[in-house]
Structures are given as structure tokens and as C-alpha cells.
Design a protein around this ligand. Structure first.
Ligand SMILES: [Zn+2]
Length: 249
């Protein structure tokens, strides 16, 4: 993680704690931020409101719909999350219409369609932050961790990108099993998705390199409603280096 990004992330978390009470009833209608740190702070504050039962819900009004119809969409964050019905992205961040560019797919995996959608959010809509959001009790991760029979069809191909994450978890912790294995896999799969995104998206690498976007991982707890922020990928510097991919543009 770059020091400047790490510092901003730490400051962001501290500020979020300090302003906790003040933000509890805050409105989500303020102008969307263009700075990665401001965008992250807005998400943290929104999740604090949601998880404490103080959601503002202010950006879902008829006026807001008219506003984003006339003015177009200007979301401040791109989020890829699991399709799980217990992971309602706009709700859990207490944001409204036009605030979040969302990609939902089982296991929050980054394959071709998902990466193309992320690139639209990051490159075309210029969101300053991009979040890979895993979640507790993920069925896709559980299926991979337990080697469950997923009944053919297209599901095996869908969850295949999770398998490298499982191999990494098992290599690092051979004795993990059951719930502990699934929990570790959920986090490893967030890192895996970020890795897959960087490996296959030169534009995301470029934008991360020059600071136009910050890509962070997070895990949503479906029971408490809280988001655990994981920060940027521990090997981001290497992953976003075009030299690693022998690309000279
Ligand atoms: Zn899931």
C-alpha cells in the first residue's frame, strides 16, 4: 500500500470515529465527492448510519430522480458486490439514486463482464473510489471452500475465479476448516478479485497509479450491518505496474 494512501485511510477511519455522533443523522444529498479520501469517508459515515439504525434515505426522492435524469449520473463510487439478497449495496452505505455504480455477481468475482462494467464506472463515470465488497456467510465462497457439488450448468465457471484464493488460504493455513476457512476465503477472495481486476484492466492500473482512483477491499457483515475496511491490496504497487505485464503504452 502506498504510504500516502495508507495515511489517508488511517486518517479517514479516525475521522469517521470522531464524527460518528455528528454524522448519525446526516443527509446523503450533499454533492458527491471527487477525492478518494472524501468518497471513502462518505461511505464509512453512511454505513455507520445504516448499521446503527439511523439511515437518512434522503437521496431516493422524486426530486432526486428528476435531478439525475436531467443532469445524468455522477456516482462517487464503483462497487462490485455479491448477488446475495442480504447485501443491499445502496442501503448498507445509506446512499441514494445516482450515488453508487453497482456491479452484482455471485461471489463478487472479476471476470470479463464485471471488469468491463468496473471500467465503465471508473474510466467513463470517473468514480474516485472502487470497492470490492465481500460478505460474511457467502454461499459462493462456502461452496468453493467445501468442494460442494454445484450441479453443473454455468455455476462451476462462475465460481472458478474463487479457487486461486482458496489455494492461497490453504497454503498459508493448512489447518483451517469450517467457518474459519470460509471467513478467511471471503477476505482472500476480495484480494483475488482486486488482483484479477488489476491483471486484466490496464486502464484501472493506470488510474490507480496516477491517483485518479483508489481500489479498496471490504467485507460486509450481513448480521451486524457493519463493513470491515481492508484497505488497498497489500501488493498493489506491484500489481499496478505495467512493467509487470510487459505493457508499454
Ligand atoms: Zn456471496
Amino acid at each position: 500500500m502506498k504510504k500516502s494512501v495508507l495515511t489517508k485511510y488511517i486518517i479517514c477511519c479516525l475521522v469517521s470515529l470522531i464524527v460518528f455522533v455528528g454524522m448519525m443523522g446526516a443527509s446523503g444529498t450533499s454533492a458527491n465527492p471527487h477525492d478518494p479520501t472524501d468518497a471513502l469517508l462518505k461511505l464509512i459515515a453512511g454505513n455507520v448510519r445504516f448499521s446503527s439504525g439511523q439511515s437518512a434515505h434522503s437521496d431516493i426522492s422524486a426530486e432526486r430522480r428528476k435531478q439525475v435524469t436531467r443532469g445524468g449520473q455522477h456516482p462517487f463510487v464503483t462497487v462490485i458486490a455479491c448477488s446475495d439478497s442480504r447485501v443491499p449495496v445502496e442501503m448498507l452505505f445509506d446512499q441514494g439514486v445516482g450515488d453508487i455504480f453497482v456491479i452484482k455477481v455471485a461471489g463478487n468475482v472479476c471476470n470479463t463482464d464485471e471488469i468491463g462494467s468496473i471500467e465503465y464506472g471508473v474510466d467513463h463515470l470517473n468514480t474516485p473510489i472502487m470497492v470490492v465488497l465481500g460478505h460474511t456467510h457467502c454461499g459462493a465462497c462456502t461452496a468453493v471452500a467445501t468442494g460442494a457439488d454445484v450441479h453443473g450448468g454455468s455455476i462451476p465457471d462462475l465460481i472458478a475465479p474463487i479457487k486461486p484464493a482458496l489455494e492461497k488460504v490453504q497454503a498459508a493455513n493448512p489447518r483451517l476448516y469450517g467457518k474459519a476457512l470460509v471467513s478467511a476465503l471471503v477476505e482472500a477472495n476480495v484480494w483475488q478479485s482486486i488482483e484479477d481486476l488489476f491483471q486484466r484492466s490496464s486502464s484501472t492500473r493506470r488510474r490507480t497509479n496516477d491517483g485518479r482512483v483508489t481500489v479498496v477491499g471490504a467485507v460486509y457483515n450481513i448480521e451486524t450491518g457493519t463493513v470491515k475496511w481492508m484497505g488497498t491490496h497489500p501488493e498493489e504497487e506491484s500489481l499496478v505496474s505495467d512493467m509487470k505485464y510487459n505493457v508499454w503504452e
